[in-house]
Design a protein around this ligand. Structure first.
Ligand code: 5CA
Ligand code: ZN
Length: 409
């Protein structure tokens, strides 16, 4: 699939700092020290509805990761998937009497527009589940051959016992895993499974549902976790730097993905850091397509909201925090954007070298975007109260905000 156009990232004076970020697997901060090419996989959308603020907040977090890396003069290999075949997509298409492929294409196109408007850096490889199927089938066949997978009434399951490191990503106990598995697409109640947590790798063709050639597996469609594993291994390989997504993906999705890959390759780890963004809520509940309590990025744009203000709304919250979207959040972002734009539109201002370092320091410290905004606020306040004589300063501020925060002033 094609991704979306990249916005320019201005180069800043000096050199950025290495990223320290919270890793779910170790439960603490890790210093990510990629080679000259940093490798990141971020789970993409299931395109049965439009991009909401929760999605945008999660993609914003991983966009910041990349901006910090770019500032350290590294290149980036960024891979993202589109889950363009899965139960929720088929259910929504059936509900609306629509063809599932048309629905997926339309919502993916809208996602690209939203990401472009928000100045999110595009992945180098943007891969749909459907196009990944020819790569998925041999992986599942290999897992069957090695005894890490088994067949139950034609469906193929992964045996979580095949990976000695199973459980290390989320660190959850068996009971918590069982509950989350039932909530998030698993089938712990299905009789005949070796372990109730075992996730599906390949689902045998079902009446009235699309299916593909699965070689020795028979016709069917892929499970969810193996989709991301196949795409990540194909384009990044084992031991890549960051696996990213919202906190609802830590278990089962990233746990199972890591175990699939580790059982397949015998290598460890799948990713060096598992990074999870908090959940954005609306009216007291997690924003979710299944609940329908959503604020869409595209709807805000249509209503005339500047995408830079949407982005500042996201940046005002630490990526790991759970937070609530309200009108006030947006109002404050609109006001901040106006203050910043007024401050950089003057011919000169207070010196800004310290500001560049403050924003760098804030972001390298577990992506502390609120601290970065506070630093820019201080410069803008000084500009408003006393002004300054540094002719280069407004340009430096504007480039810093653009390069490190993705906001064009
Ligand atoms: N296609 C799979 C990943 S392979 C999927 O989870 N798709 S999704 O459309 O449901 O979510 C896309 C991303 O947005 C995931 O990282 C998910 O964790 C994140 N996300 C979903 N809802 C929220 C929310 N309310 N707040 C923050 N992030 C969210
Ligand atoms: Zn995924």
């Amino acid at each position: 699939m094609h991704a979306w156009p990249a916005s320019d990232v201005p180069a800043l004076p000096g050199k950025g700092r290495d990223l320290r970020i919270h890793d779910t697997a170790t439960g603490g901060p890790v210093t990510v020290d990629p080679g000259p090419v940093a490798r990141i996989y971020v789970c993409g959308i299931t395109p049965y509805d439009a991009t909401h603020i929760g999605h945008a907040a999660t993609y914003n977090a991983f966009d910041l990761v990349q901006r910090v890396w770019l500032d350290t003069k590294r290149q980036i290999q960024y891979v993202q998937n589109v889950t363009d075949i899965d139960d929720p997509l088929l259910e929504r298409a059936a509900r609306d009497g629509e063809d599932w492929t048309g629905l997926a294409e339309r919502e993916t196109a809208l996602f690209r527009e939203d990401m472009t408007a928000l100045r999110m850096l595009p992945p180098q490889h943007y891969i749909g589940a459907v196009e990944a199927i020819p790569g998925i089938v041999p992986l599942v066949e290999r897992l069957c051959e090695s005894g890490a997978a088994y067949v139950l009434d034609g469906d193929v399951y992964f045996s979580v016992e095949a990976d000695p490191h199973f459980g290390e990503v989320s660190g959850l106990d068996a009971e918590a895993m069982r509950l989350l598995s039932a909530e998030r697409g698993g089938d712990p109640e299905r009789p005949g499974k070796k372990n109730p947590l075992d996730p599906m790798l390949w689902m045998a063709a079902r009446e009235g549902e699309p299916d593909w050639d699965g070689g020795s597996l028979g016709r069917g469609r892929p499970g969810w976790h193996i989709e991301c594993v196949a795409i990540a291994l194909d384009h990044l390989g084992m031991g890549f730097d960051v696996q990213g997504g919202g906190s609802d993906l830590a278990f089962p999705h990233h746990e199972m993905g890591a175990s699939h890959a580790q059982a397949l390759t015998g290598e460890y780890p799948f990713a060096k850091a598992y990074v999870h963004a908090g959940m954005v809520a609306l009216d007291g509940a997690k924003m979710s397509k299944s609940k329908g309590n959503l604020v869409f990025v595209s709807a805000l744009r249509r209503a005339g909201v500047d995408p830079a203000a949407i982005r500042l709304s996201l940046l005002a919250h630490h990526y790991r925090a759970d937070w609530e979207w309200t009108d006030q959040v947006l109002d404050e972002a609109v006001a901040r954007l106006a203050r910043w734009r007024a401050a950089v539109s003057r011919p000169d201002g207070p010196a800004a070298q310290d500001l560049v370092e403050e924003v760098r320091e804030a972001l390298s410290n577990d992506l502390d975007a609120p601290a970065a905004l506070a630093a820019v606020d201080r410069w803008a306040a000084l500009q408003e109260s006393t002004g300054g004589t540094d002719e280069g300063a407004p340009g430096v501020v504007s480039r810093t905000v653009d390069a490190l925060l993705g906001v064009a002033l």
